[in-house]
Design a protein around this ligand. Structure first.
Ligand SMILES: [Zn+2]
Length: 323
């Protein structure tokens, strides 16, 4: 838990959350780390309540259902969708929950999944996809959803060329797998030779050092590193190319030369998380064999060790806690 922000996480007991009407308690079996875990400890953003239990992603078993819950029963094996929304405003009813005024992320706006159990609304659960380990099921949520919506918004279609900046990060690894599944030719960048080599074994057609001129031009570029990779990502666009951005883990301010933007007929697309139907579609892709790359697994009590690996950017794929 986090007792102050900025601050350090401490392993300990918190009061058990009550299960309200329409809510479900899930006993967490596996949860995954995200950059959100690091941001909260830095106070960027400060969580709205303290102490704060971090954790955006989880897979587990339904342990308690609240009044009025009809779709779930104790013992069901589920994956948690980390998107929060009210569910009844015009945007939610139109299937655009990412525009909901109450939009939020589990583990940022309410207690998250790095605990024995997590309480979420029944709409935030999907049935656990078959054929995947608990670790994989607990790992694909936030990054997979973000990558999926980003590629959909960038209108990637089969036969196009896709560049994914920063291979090895959670969103980048999901974008590589999704891009291949969508029929694109996928290139990656990384500053680590070992990560470039790993991406090639996962199906990338080419892997280039970060920050250098990219020797290919692509229809779609996805970048969540921001400042360190911006110039090379921008320079890798074909005429009419789409650059999709969902984060700035390496720095949030970039230079944009407007004549290059309009002479190139480029599109810049901001995107974050995804809708409930996009989470369902992603889960169907996972059930259908979409690979989920887990870098390493730690016991829950070794959260600080996993956090240090995330902070150092050493991972390829997701860091997962086993509860
Ligand atoms: Zn809403």
């Amino acid at each position: 838990m986090l007792e102050q922000s900025p601050g350090d996480y401490r392993y300990g007991d918190v009061r058990e959350q009550a299960v309200g009407p329409g809510q479900v308690r899930v006993r967490v079996v596996a949860s995954a780390l995200n950059h959100m875990d690091l941001w909260l400890a830095l106070g960027m953003p400060k969580p709205p309540l303290l102490p704060m239990v971090p954790g955006c992603d989880a897979a587990g078993v339904v342990a308690e259902v609240g009044e009025g819950v009809s779709g779930w029963a104790v013992g069901d094996e589920v994956v948690v969708n980390p998107s929060l929304a009210c569910g009844h405003c015009p945007e939610c009813l139109a299937g655009r929950s990412v525009y909901c005024a109450s939009w939020g992320i589990l583990g940022e706006h309410q207690w998250g999944s790095h605990g024995e159990s997590v309480v979420v609304g029944e709409a935030n659960l999907v049935r656990r996809p078959e054929g995947h380990t608990w670790e994989e099921c607990g790992a694909y949520g936030l990054c997979g959803l973000t990558a999926y919506r980003m590629l959909r918004r960038a209108r990637l279609v089969a036969g196009e060329d896709l560049l994914v900046a920063g291979a090895g990060g959670g969103v980048a690894t999901a974008a590589l797998a999704l891009g291949l599944r969508m029929g694109a030719t996928v290139y990656v960048t990384s500053r680590h030779e070992a990560k470039r080599a790993r991406a090639l074994t996962l199906g990338a057609a080419g892997a280039f050092p970060s920050g250098e001129k990219i020797p290919v031009k692509c229809d779609v570029v996805v970048d969540n590193s921001g400042e360190p990779t911006w110039a090379s990502s921008f320079g890798a666009l074909k005429k009419g190319g789409r650059l999709a951005v969902c984060g700035g883990t390496g720095g949030g301010r970039v230079d944009l030369h407007l004549p290059r933007l309009f002479f190139g007929h480029y599109e810049l697309i901001g995107s974050t998380m995804g809708t409930f139907s996009e989470f369902d579609e992603l889960t169907r892709l996972v059930a259908g064999g979409l690979p989920v790359v887990v870098d390493s697994t730690y016991p829950l009590g070794e959260y600080p060790v996993a956090l240090a690996r995330l902070r150092a950017g050493e991972q390829f794929g997701k860091l997962v806690l086993r509860h």
